[in-house]
Design a binder for this molecule. Structure first.
Ligand code: ZN
Length: 231
């Protein structure tokens, strides 16, 4: 069985990893584009260093994936089972998408910085300050919405997205490994217990009922802290 608080600690540690990777990517992308800043700047194929920018985004999602895998290994180190945890293709694709959405977001910031005469370091501060909602930044209010490549159907807070996706990789991977471990030692069913007061009807409904060992542990929402008791 997994140690629940150890799992929660590794999930929290990954969040810090991903934030560090995010900040580094923002700094690198701003540095790359800084000499080219102008009103209405966009990272698109006409930008001289577009390929370099894409590489930085890919590095960001790769580093998040790597950190999530590393933290996952830490989360399950107490288990006997040492089989292969299947790759979550959907999560990896979401990490890549979050990485490239960063280009669209930063493009807008670089245009705003150019118009307002901001320094590079001040721009970094502003990106970080308004991460969860750039539209709250007064200088964003002057941008005609129709000119924004960014924002339609995207998760606004990209750092939070990177955190949630990686945390999902860790939690679902760890629960998978735990289940394999318990099945190998003869468990036949498990009972879900709620590990937090997070308001989730699915978690409420699944809690307390016996579930056969062959049924994968469901994770209905990000950072689900529910845990299984194996029998
Ligand atoms: Zn839950």
């Amino acid at each position: 069985m997994l140690n629940q608080s150890h799992l929660i600690d590794t999930v929290a540690a990954y969040k810090k990893d991903s934030r560090k990777h995010f900040n580094e990517a923002v700094a690198a992308l701003l540095a790359l584009a800084w000499p080219y800043r102008k009103e209405g700047f966009v990272f698109d194929p006409s930008f001289a260093l577009y390929d370099d920018a894409l590489v930085l985004c890919m590095e960001l999602s790769d580093k998040c994936e790597e950190s999530a895998r590393k933290r996952l290994q830490q989360a399950i180190e107490s288990l006997e089972w040492d089989g292969e945890i299947p790759e979550d293709a959907e999560a990896l694709e979401s990490l890549d998408m979050a990485g490239t959405h960063l280009l669209d977001l930063l493009g807008v910031w670089i245009g705003v910085a150019a118009v307002n005469g901001w320094t590079e370091s001040y721009t970094r501060v502003m990106v970080s300050r308004y991460l969860s909602n750039p539209f709250l930044c007064p200088e964003w209010r002057n941008i005609p919405l129709s000119t924004l490549a960014w924002g339609r159907g995207y998760a606004r807070d990209i750092a939070e997205q990177l955190a949630i996706i990686g945390q999902g990789i860790i939690i679902s991977g760890a629960r998978y490994a735990e289940q394999q471990d318990e099945a190998a030692s003869g468990a036949t069913y498990y009972i879900r217990r709620r590990g937090s007061y997070y308001d989730c009807a699915v978690c409420d409904d699944l809690a307390g009922k016996p579930i056969p060992i062959g049924v994968p542990f469901e994770i209905p929402h990000p950072r689900c802290c529910c845990f299984p008791e194996y029998h």
